[in-house]
Design a protein around this ligand. Sequence first.
Ligand code: GLP
Length: 247
Amino acid sequence: MELKIFDRAEDAAIALAKRIATALAEHADLVLGLPTGRSPIAAYAELRRMHAAGEIDFSRASTFNLDEFAGIGAAHTGSFRRFMDEHLFDAVNVDRARVHFLDGSAADLDAECDRYESEIERAGGIDLQLLGIGANGHIGFNEPGDELVARTHRVILHEVTRRENAALFGGRPENVPREALSMGMATILKTRRIVLIATGERKASCVERTVRGPLTTRLPASFLQTHRHVELFLDRASASRLPGCRA
Ligand code: GLP
């Protein structure tokens, strides 16, 4: 894993946005995997700024979001689709026909997961996968447990994850759906390159275990150690438990 450690969270976000811009400049038809959560928000803001300044062109790119809540439609204010519109898509020249989401309101959620895997394959696979990381070490919505699921699948969310996502549901964890759909671990590990952003002291423990710990289903992000091209964009606080890195 390649560690990129910055003094401030803002610097990590700007560097991540530059990384994406460079990849897009090299391959205009890049297939991007995108996360939600607080971690990528500043990088998305920088991408919006770069687009307004004419520094980045999304017109031929495709995107696949990692996950979505089940039981709510795209128009719901808590949906990840709405999150992405607000933080990125409404402000850049992405072609909506190339924007892909899991549909949490599909009548047959298992069939919806299969459809998504096929769409990713049809697009030629994901070139650059952005990730955040849950404080419990989840990636996408692949939660810690006795086992992990390879392909896109239905997930029962942990209470801690529902609390962490409460801001999208009026601050009320009980309003966060109990179920979600998520790319699986193999879906993520099959992507060609992975860039993960983690900032703040709250992430220091899971970052340390992601980089140095054993591979364990108890920390899904630890499996990133098996991928050949992973870059971690960290601030000093999230890197503070790594050897030689002090906050
Ligand atoms: C959600 C998303 C994850 C994200 C995680 C971390 O659970 N499904 O993809 O990485 O939140 O959230 P945050 O960046 O707000 O800490």
